[in-house]
Write a protein that binds this ligand. Structure first.
Ligand code: SF4
Length: 238
């Protein structure tokens, strides 16, 4: 332990104390009867004190569990107990669909309360999916200022074009765009531009053609099949 600590100190490398609900010490499981927030935090404190014994405080701490409410309670308790930076994550979160929701709640909920310094999204998927998910969580929490904020209406009886594939295609095309802008895709020309007037640029679909607008002001009509390209051109100008 001392050799690891000395090497980390010499190279300016921080150490993460990574407690995981699935590998909690036997003594703590016996003491608390099951994995609890208190047990996770006590485990973390044990490792932290050991590092502090060697005068090492370049530490980041995580107390991960796959149970979202338990995870959040443990992090809140840890936040009240130590001043070290916290690394947030929901472990074994699962597939991209459910895992993203668990991570958004478990990580995003804490971030919105000002808890957490670094994050990791764990998904049973290509690792690049984890990075995109993390970016989206940071964006949703207002902590990542670059990247497109793509907004779209839920659609309703007024929607008269095939909007869902258009939003999905735009999400793909804008995934790596780092412009700090809001882009809207709206379901109808009647309410769309007005409802999305806060967006920097957007489209609203109609029958066979749609409107391209900026800050709620209509720029021009565009045939439906050219809507995506017209919007991408407009985004390019911003
Ligand atoms: S923008 Fe139009 S289609 Fe979308 S929810 Fe509002 S009224 Fe309905």
């Amino acid at each position: 332990m001392r050799k690891v600590v000395d090497a980390c100190r010499a190279h300016g490398v921080p150490i993460r104390v990574g407690v995981n609900g699935g590998s909690l010490e036997k003594e703590l499981l016996a003491k608390y009867g099951r994995v609890t927030p208190e047990a996770l935090v006590e485990s973390a404190l044990g490792h932290i004190r050991l590092l502090e014994k060697y005068d090492f405080t370049d530490v980041c701490v995580s107390v991960k569990s796959s149970d979202v409410p338990l995870n959040m309670k443990a992090y809140r308790l840890l936040h009240e107990t130590v001043d070290y930076p916290l690394h947030l994550g929901v472990t074994e979160a699962g597939t991209p669909s459910m895992g993203l929701i668990k991570s958004a709640v478990g990580i995003g909920g804490l971030l919105c309360d000002g808890i957490g310094d670094t994050i990791r999204v764990s998904l049973t998927a290509d690792p690049t999916e984890e990075v995109y998910a993390a970016k989206r969580i940071l964006q949703a929490c207002g902590l990542r200022r670059t990247g497109v904020n793509l907004i779209s209406c839920p659609t309703c009886g007024r929607t008269s074009y095939n909007m869902i594939p258009i939003v999905e295609e735009l999400e793909r095309r804008l995934a790596d765009c780092d412009k700090q802008i809001t882009v809207a895709v709206m379901g109808c020309v009647v309410n769309g531009p007005g409802e999305a007037s806060a967006a920097d640029v957007g489209i609203a679909g109609g029958r066979g053609e749609g409107l391209l607008f900026r800050h709620g002001t209509v720029l021009r009509k565009v045939p439906e099949e050219k809507l995506i390209d017209a919007l991408m051109d407009e985004i390019g100008k911003l």
